[in-house]
Structures are given as structure tokens and as C-alpha cells.
Design a protein. Structure first.
Ligand code: COA
Length: 433
């Protein structure tokens, strides 16, 4: 007996009531089997793949791509032979595991393979390495039929792999960097594009996804009495050191920017001022000193601002921080950051300087109590210790802290220590584990 079942979006947790449909993998008339991917949705936190619990035929999609779908409401209708819908009338939700919507291949150049968790499971159950299977889906995504075809011994046209950051090969540092320092140049601004045609008429859009999350987070942040503190850091030595280490990092398949130094210096300074790595509860009665330094990094992505975090920075080398940042940045650019990467932030840094600017006023994200933001490195004259004018690479940092918890002196002492590591980067050597 066939039965058309409205397949509901189940509770994803974390209080999420709605998601945006990013992509449908099925259309009316398609046959689906259990664990087949149905669609990809995005909550205000992360991308999630929805898979089927039924064998059947899709009869109707309740939403178009980019629509907002609500928890508890039908996503699509499936014509199934099964009668007992009571236990199965909601979808299976598979959050993308942290950093791994991609199953890493052993492949050349660290190319990664895109696949949904259900497809990955199917490959694992059949002892297959996803890297060995040619994906025919979007951006080379390995689909269920690709795995089945592989099991049956068939082959598919090999697609061009999606460009992703190469995987780090090793994290250990060489005893010395055998490369001559390269002169540091700041990137020129992009050539100015002609202005787009004027709109002509007003346009109203619904706020969704990352923008909607920003409304919620910033409204909460408005309850915090912000305290601001700024300073300038002489980066001249670090600029030279980074230009040498950047070459070494590239040989290891890693991009090494200034961020890993900012992040590691913050973690070292946080060990001296743990209150800045604490969380305050909603009623401001209890303060939890967080053991892990999970440093959130404000990231400008095609979808907007997100803040993934590098976890447990206290136990990572600068190279390991860079590797993790590379991973988060590739996921962010692809709009594929998972919930695990976006949660658990204990302290944040925002580097707006890759875009421009000198000073900023960062916003503390509750339950955190502090955040720092850096402007662009500028080459400007400064006096050295002999009173001589020298060419200096200067960056400005702006700290914001929750003034209910943090006083100015603590913020200033922390900032001084952070600054010390960055101005004399050799001092890292003493304190790195
Ligand atoms: N001054 C000068 N150069 C800078 C710089 C700064 N403050 N920050 C970055 N750069 C350089 C980098 O060193 C790199 O140069 P390179 O090619 O010589 O290595 C280049 O700019 C690109 O760096 P980027 O890819 O942006 O890496 P990053 O690690 O410095 O920054 C992010 C990573 C995710 C922080 C950054 O890409 C980003 O999204 N910043 C915006 C954050 C934001 O929107 N904040 C506002 C929140 S309201």
C-alpha cells in the first residue's frame, strides 16, 4: 500500500527554529533510498545535510532554494510503500562534522573530496576510500551513485577537483629557516571596478542565515557595557620574521599570515590574565574561567561575518594554529563551516586590516568578556631608542571588554604582554611549549 508522507524538518537543537535551504539534491519524481541526501540547509550557525529515512519517490518539495524552512514543518513529500510513518516522519539530520564535510584523501596536493556524511558512511561500510571514487556531483562531490558504481566496478568521468587549501603535511619547525628575508610589501588595492547601475527602485529582502544570526548576536551584545582600549604595535621584527617563515610554510603547503602570531601571543598572554578568557552567565552572577583557549576569528565570508574558532590554542604551535586557520578559512569561503567549528569561542580576535582601516571598535560576543581587533599594518616613521627616525611597520589594536567584569588596568596589562611578544617575536621561543 503506497502512502505519501510529509517529511518534516526535525529539531536540530541549540534552539534553532528555522533554516535556509541551500541546495536540493532531489526533485519531484526522483527515487530516494534510506540515507540518501535530500538537501543541504543552513541554520544561523552551520551547514547541515538532511538525509532520507525512506525508500520511495519524491512527490513534492515544499520549499525552493533560498527559502526559509521551519522546524516541525514538512520539507518534502515522499511516496513510500511503508505504512508505519510514526517513527520516521522526520528527517535525519547530519551536521557536518568539524572541518570535514570533506573526507581527506591521501591525494596529490592535498585535494579533498566532497561528500555528505551518508555517502561517507556508505563508503566506510564498504571499506572504500572516498579519494579513489570519481565524484560526479557539484564541485566534484561524491554522490551515492558514484559509490555504488565504484562497488560494481564501473567508472565515471573524473571531474576537476574543487580548489581547496592544501592539507598541511607536518607541523614541526626546522631548526632554522634557510631562506633570505624577502622585502615586505603590502598588497596594492584591487583596481576600482566601474560603479554598478543605480537601483532605480527600493528593494526589500528578508533577513536570513548569517545576517539574521548577526541581528540576534548583536542585540544580545548591546546589553554589555563596553570598555575600549587601544595601542600601537611595532611589527617591524615580526614582518621580517614572517616573510622568512612564510616561504617555509608554503613549502609545507600552508599559508602563514600574521594571524597565527596574533592568536598565539593572545593565548600566551591569557595564561597570565585568565579572567579575559572567562565566560559570564546571562544574569551576571557567575564567572567561569575557561581552561581552553578557543580563540574565535572574525571571518569575512561570501555569506557574511562568521566567527569560527581555533580550539585549544594553549597547546598548539604557531604552525598548528596556521594549519587550523587555513582549514577554517577554506571552509568559511565555501560556506561550509560546521557547528563544531563555530561553537565554544572563549576569546576573539578580528583582523580587519586585510581589508583596511586603522582603528575599530569590536563588539564583545556574550558569554565572552573580551575581543581585540587589528587594523592594517602601515609603514610610518618612528623614533628608535637612540632618538633616530626609522621606518617602522605599525599596526593598531583596539580592545573591547565587558566592563562589568574587566577593568581597564587588566586589559592594559594583557595588551602590553601581547604587544611584547609581537614586538620581540623571539620572545615566543621562551614560552612556546
Ligand atoms: N595588515 C597588513 N597586511 C595584512 C593584514 C594586516 N592587518 N592582515 C592580513 N594581511 C595580509 C596577509 O598577511 C596576507 O598577505 P600575504 O599574502 O603576504 O600572506 C593577505 O593580507 C591576506 O591575508 P588573509 O587571507 O586575509 O589572512 P589572515 O590570516 O590575515 O586573515 C581572516 C584571515 C579570516 C581574519 C581574514 O581573511 C578576514 O576575514 N578578515 C576580516 C575580518 C572581519 O571582517 N572583521 C570585522 C568583524 S566586524
Amino acid at each position: 500500500l503506497n502512502k505519501v508522507i510529509p517529511y518534516k524538518l526535525s529539531d536540530i537543537g541549540e534552539g534553532i527554529r528555522e533554516v535556509v535551504i541551500l541546495e536540493w539534491y532531489v526533485k519531484p519524481g526522483d527515487k530516494v533510498a534510506q540515507f540518501d541526501s535530500i538537501c543541504e540547509v543552513k541554520s544561523d550557525k552551520a551547514s547541515v545535510t538532511i538525509t532520507s529515512r525512506y525508500d520511495g519517490t519524491v512527490t513534492k518539495l515544499h520549499y525552493e532554494t533560498d527559502d526559509v524552512a521551519f522546524v516541525g514543518q514538512p520539507l518534502l513529500d515522499i511516496d513510500t510503500e511503508e505504512n508505519d510513518e510514526t517513527s520516521k516522519d522526520e528527517d535525519v539530520i547530519e551536521p557536518e562534522p568539524s572541518g570535514d564535510l570533506t573526507n581527506k584523501t591521501s591525494g596529490i596536493g592535498g585535494v579533498k573530496t566532497l561528500a555528505t556524511p551518508a555517502v561517507r558512511r556508505l563508503a566506510t561500510e564498504n571499506n572504500l576510500n572516498l579519494a579513489d571514487i570519481a565524484g560526479t556531483g557539484k564541485d566534484g562531490r561524491v554522490l551515492k551513485e558514484d559509490v555504488l558504481r565504484h562497488i560494481e566496478g564501473g567508472s565515471a568521468p573524473v571531474p576537476t577537483p574543487a580548489p581547496v587549501a592544501p592539507a598541511p603535511q607536518t607541523h614541526s619547525m626546522p631548526p632554522s629557516a634557510p631562506h633570505a628575508p624577502a622585502p615586505q610589501t603590502l598588497k596594492a588595492a584591487a583596481p576600482r571596478a566601474p560603479p554598478p547601475a543605480p537601483a532605480g527602485q527600493d528593494r526589500t529582502v528578508q533577513l536570513k542565515g548569517v545576517t539574521k544570526a548577526m541581528v540576534k548576536a548583536m542585540t544580545e551584545a548591546l546589553k554589555i557595557p563596553h570598555f575600549g582600549y587601544g595601542d600601537e604595535i611595532n611589527m617591524t621584527q615580526l614582518v621580517e620574521l614572517r616573510s622568512r617563515l612564510k616561504v617555509v610554510a608554503e613549502e609545507r603547503g600552508l599559508k602563514l599570515s600574521y594571524m597565527p602570531f596574533f592568536i598565539k601571543a593572545a593565548s600566551l598572554a591569557l595564561t597570565h590574565y585568565p579572567v579575559l578568557n572567562s565566560s559570564v552567565d546571562a544574569t551576571c552572577e557567575n564567572l567561569t574561567y575557561k581552561a581552553a583557549h578557543n580563540i574565535g576569528v572574525a571571518m569575512d565570508t561570501p555569506e557574511g561575518l562568521v566567527v569560527p574558532c581555533v580550539k585549544n590554542v594553549q597547546g598548539l604551535s604557531i604552525f598548528e594554529v596556521a594549519a587550523e586557520l587555513n582549514r577554517l578559512q577554506s571552509l568559511g569561503l565555501a560556506g561550509k563551516l560546521g557547528q563544531a567549528d563555530l561553537s565554544g569561542v572563549t576569546f576573539s580576535l578580528s583582523n580587519i586590516g586585510n581589508i583596511g582601516g586603522t582603528y575599530t571598535k569590536p563588539v564583545v560576543m556574550p558569554p565572552n568578556v573580551a575581543i581585540g581587533a587589528m587594523g592594517r599594518i602601515q609603514v610610518v616613521p618612528r623614533f628608535d631608542e637612540n632618538g633616530e627616525i626609522t621606518k617602522a611597520h605599525i599596526i593598531n589594536v583596539s580592545w573591547s571588554a565587558d566592563h562589568r567584569i574587566i577593568d581597564g588596568a587588566t586589559m592594559a596589562r594583557f595588551s602590553n604582554l601581547w604587544k611584547q611578544y609581537l614586538e620581540d617575536p623571539l620572545s615566543f621561543v621562551l614560552d612556546l611549549k
